[in-house]
Design a protein around this ligand. Structure first.
Ligand code: ARG
Length: 695
């Protein structure tokens, strides 16, 4: 591993005998070469301007675009009174001097810092080679006190994926799985202790419905073969029966409502300004209408009577679920099997995505006692109220008019999704004592999450303290390639297994087109799977999480454009260069990096130096797109290196390992490309992609 000693001795050869250590901030020059520059810049700025070190540290920013410098200082951010920012910028540029940096440029109120190429290469490339798969991460971030390496590591729970047993594992769950998996990897690399939690939808009346359905349509063989699919089939069938059964009641109810509307017409709307009031409808309530209404009421009563004699599926499901809640062993037996078999099936899919859960919790694991206790608090603090035998919380009475009313207990005493979330929040804290908990839940449930977070904070300690440690990461909807919502009814919902397999077959065909390469791939089936998953994941990461996107197979699997296959291709190409060059680790560590002078190479190295800062920035935003944008920029610079032409000899590719003009140059180039491969590999791993060596 790289140590401070390596950095110090390297700096000595570059004319810096003592790296300054600005006080009151945490810099990590042994992990992040840019922090070498920060140490120097912050120290000098403090000397020149007298501004406080932490303020300078905050002010000095990395740049999105290297043409604006490697680091930049917006002078007003120093918050100094007296001097005009543009004059101070000039003064700083004038007084600043370091063997590692070019003379800074004053650009209006900005000071732009450019790193000298040769020292930068000498600091960055060996650091990458030493740190390897650790380059970029900073495990001090997860410490309770980042300046004290012996302090406690913080703990984060990420709850994600959370599919519903018996219902389809749809693209919304897939998206939650991908984002949650990324967050776990991000926090691990920042040194947090992490817990991956799956909160299964495995409780509620629908499991009564499912049991009813299984009795009628269930089949042992199909259940064992593909539990997720079979349970979903059963569930769809029994729901169809259920709505068939409810049809007569529904038809009569509709007629009744129509007539009642006629009897008591809604008040006419107030006319818009300047417009005349609309004439009220002329429908008069007649004796015939009255007779009809009475007839309908009688009919309805009769139908309902009939249904009551032979309880409906819906009613039977409700009763069945009540038995489950009461702990009836027989009622629970099938449910337990469904749950276990589904988890097994999920685990296989998760493994394909590089994802593992430590905790399979679920709505069923929430204890009745904890829901009772929470209900008592709600009642005692007058947060909840009675409403026709049920219990509700009217959030508009508690300062949240947009959140409206919400049910917390049904008339039959059974709990709801919301109630379970309230109690689960508390139970998780009891179990893990987390410092932070993140819920990765689709934006369709934004209101639900706001409601249960708000209720928890109204409840006071300990609930309010726990929810203060919680965060909702919301994400947009996945639609079909035409931008239409996918729905089970329309048959356009793509199940996880189906979509993974579909994309995989497609990728496999693409690979077969290059017969020569294809024959060298050891396990084409596995590679096709890896590429397919990269395609899906990269598409998912391509925008901010709040934005939705269209699940577009043709686009995501393309080798052109910013796609998963493009990243994989870039990685495989670097692996191929390495295989052919045969240069040892030792040689690369001692490479003469001053030989890399072409501007494309310099740009690439500047970009590689940014990686630890990109990680830091990602840690701040939690957005995977931050990583992805960087990786595409870096790989584009990389591909311009392959084509870079020697200024003096138009026929020579100046950054080609294969055609290097000397053995020393070859080693230097290889050291650079291997550093690029490490950074690309690390970035891909952070995103949960498995980099391939051949494709
Ligand atoms: N099972 C739910 C669904 O599929 C998602 C659960 C989200 N997590 C939570 N704590 N409510 O809609």
């Amino acid at each position: 591993a790289a140590s401070l000693n390596h950095v110090t001795s390297q700096l000595q050869t570059l004319g810096i005998s003592d790296l300054p250590k600005p006080k009151g901030i945490n810099l990590y020059p042994q992990l992040n070469p840019v922090d070498v520059y920060r140490s120097i810049i912050i120290d000098k700025l403090h000397e020149i301007t007298g501004a406080e070190v932490p303020i300078i540290d905050n002010a000095v920013q990395w740049t999105q675009d290297l043409k604006h410098g490697d680091l930049v200082l917006p002078v007003p951010a120093l918050r100094l009174k007296g001097k005009k920012p543009d004059e101070l910028a000039l003064e700083i540029a004038e007084k600043f001097d370091s063997p590692l940096l070019e003379k800074p440029t004053a650009d209006k109120t900005f000071v732009r810092f450019f790193f000298k190429p040769e020292p930068l290469a000498k600091l960055v490339i060996p650091a990458i080679h030493r740190l390897k798969s650790n380059f970029g991460w900073n495990s001090n971030l997860g410490l309770e006190d980042p300046s004290n390496p012996n302090s406690r590591r913080k703990k984060v729970i990420v709850e994600y994926s959370s599919p519903n047993i018996a219902k389809e594992f749809h693209t919304g769950h897939l998206r939650s799985t991908i984002i949650g998996g990324f967050l776990i990897k991000l926090y691990q690399r920042a040194g947090w202790e992490t817990v991956s939690m799956n909160y299964l939808g495995d409780w509620g009346k629908q499991y009564g419905v499912l049991s009813e359905g299984f009795e009628k349509y269930g089949n042992e063989e199909s259940l064992l073969k593909d539990p997720v699919k079979h349970l979903n089939d059963v569930y769809v069938k029994i729901n169809r029966d259920n709505s068939e059964e409810q049809k007569p009641v529904k038809a009569i109810t509709e007629k009744k409502e129509e007539l009642e509307k006629k009897k008591n017409p809604p008040k006419p709307k107030k006319p818009a300004k300047g417009k005349e009031a609309e004439a009220p409808p002329e429908n008069k309530w007649t004796d015939e209408d009255e007779q009809n209404l009475q007839k309908i009421n009688a009919e309805l009563e009769e139908v309902q009577q009939q249904l009551a004699n032979k309880p409906s599926i819906d009613e039977r499901a409700r009763r069945f679920f009540k038995r489950m809640v009461d702990g009836d062993k027989q009622a629970l037996a099938n449910w337990q099997r469904f749950r276990d078999l589904s988890i097994e099936a999920y685990k296989e899919m998760y493994a394909r995505l590089n994802i593992h859960f430590e905790d399979y919790s679920g709505e069923s694991t929430v204890k009745e006692d904890d829901m009772e206790t929470a209900a008592k608090v709600l009642q005692e603090k007058n947060i909840s109220e009675d409403s026709k035998g049920a219990v509700i919380v009217d959030l508009s009475k508690h300062g949240h008019p947009t959140l409206g009313k919400t049910l917390v207990k049904k008339r039959d005493g059974t709990s709801l999704y919301l109630t379970r979330d309230i109690a689960a929040n508390f139970e998780r804290y009891e179990k893990y004592h987390f410092d932070q908990m993140i819920y990765v839940i689709a934006s369709q449930q934004d209101v639900h999450v706001k409601q249960f977070f708000t209720i928890l904070s109204l409840m006071g300690a300990p609930y309010s303290d726990i929810v203060a440690k919680c965060k909702h990461i919301s994400f947009g909807m996945v639609k079909d390639p035409k931008g239409q919502t996918m729905s089970t009814r329309k048959g356009t919902v793509i199940s996880l297994a189906d979509s993974l397999d579909g994309v995989k077959d497609y990728m496999h065909d693409v690979m077969r087109k290059n017969q020569e390469k294809y024959e060298q791939v050891q396990d084409p089936e596995a590679t096709a799977d890896t590429l397919a998953i990269s395609s899906i994941m990269v598409q998912d990461y391509s925008g901010k999480m709040v934005n939705g996107y269209n699940f577009d197979m043709a686009k995501m699997t393309s080798f052109e454009g910013d796609t998963g296959p493009y990243l994989q291709y870039s990685h495989a190409r670097l692996c191929s260069i390495k295989r052919k060059a045969i240069v040892s680790e030792e040689e690369m560590l001692n490479a003469d990096l001053s030989l890399i002078t072409a501007k494309e190479g310099v740009q690439l190295i500047r970009s590689l130096a940014q990686w630890p800062d990109v990680f830091l920035n990602t840690y701040k935003t939690s957005e995977p797109v931050t990583v992805l944008t960087y990786l595409f920029k870096m790989t584009h610079l990389l591909s311009s290196c392959y084509d870079a032409i020697d200024r003096n000899n138009k026929n020579a590719k100046t950054l080609s390992v294969m055609y290097a003009e000397s053995p020393e140059k070859k080693v230097a180039l290889m050291a650079m490309y291997e550093a690029a491969r490490i950074v690309l590999n690390n970035g891909m791993q952070l995103l949960g992609l498995t980099p391939v060596e051949r494709m």
